[in-house]
Design a protein around this ligand. Structure first.
Ligand SMILES: [Zn+2]
Length: 192
């Protein structure tokens, strides 16, 4: 592991801990060159779906790219690096749980936004302004207004689903219309 400050390769691990339900090992390291400390994360490599960009190109999921975008959006906000790692972890989990070999990049953007909305309003707006490419100032203001009033245009999907893995989630848009009131779930009340 190369020291991010001085590029020395030698370091010693001074602390190791499991986090996030045992999915990640976080290691605190001390550089043997400059003595500074940094953190590394170790996780099992998953077979992740490919990301389909707006222009149709496929790319492997790039954790660092999402993190970099998040860091830009969260610059000078009081948000820990770990909180950002968690956001990406949740996005990654949502991707895998979707159970498809490919995932549109818009899905990733939406997942990030949903979490930022809970985390930090300023970071949310910054990320949204890049990701959503607001057409005009009015659209941007409408979004701000929506945030301020807390009105939600769509019910948020369960993101930090701590549910049992392997239990398929049944969604209302899955296309199965059972019962007599099919099609009337449009205006279902949302708990707030
Ligand atoms: Zn160093």
């Amino acid at each position: 592991m190369r020291c991010p400050y001085c590029a020395t390769l030698e370091n010693k691990v001074i602390d190791s801990r499991l986090s996030q339900g045992g999915e990640v090992i976080r290691r605190r390291r001390e550089c043997e060159g400059c003595g500074r400390r940094y953190t590394t994360y170790e996780r099992v490599e998953q077979a992740l779906p490919l990301v389909v960009k707006k222009d149709g190109r496929r790319q492997p999921f790039d954790r660092d790219k999402i993190l970099a975008g998040l860091r830009r959006s969260c610059a000078k906000r009081d948000i820990s690096a770990e909180a950002l790692e968690r956001v990406v972890d949740n996005v990654q989990r949502a991707m895998v749980e979707r159970g498809k070999p490919e995932v549109p990049s818009t899905f990733l953007g939406r997942m990030v936004l949903e979490q930022l909305e809970d985390l930090d309003a300023v970071a949310y707006v910054r990320f949204a302004s890049v990701y959503r490419e607001f057409q005009d100032v009015e659209e941007f203001v409408r979004e701000l207004e929506r945030l301020r009033t807390g009105a939600d245009s769509e019910p948020p999907e369960e993101l930090d689903g701590r549910g049992e893995p392997g239990e398929p989630e049944v969604r209302s848009d899955a296309g199965s219309d059972e019962g007599s009131d099919a099609g009337s779930d449009e205006g279902a009340p949302v708990d707030s």
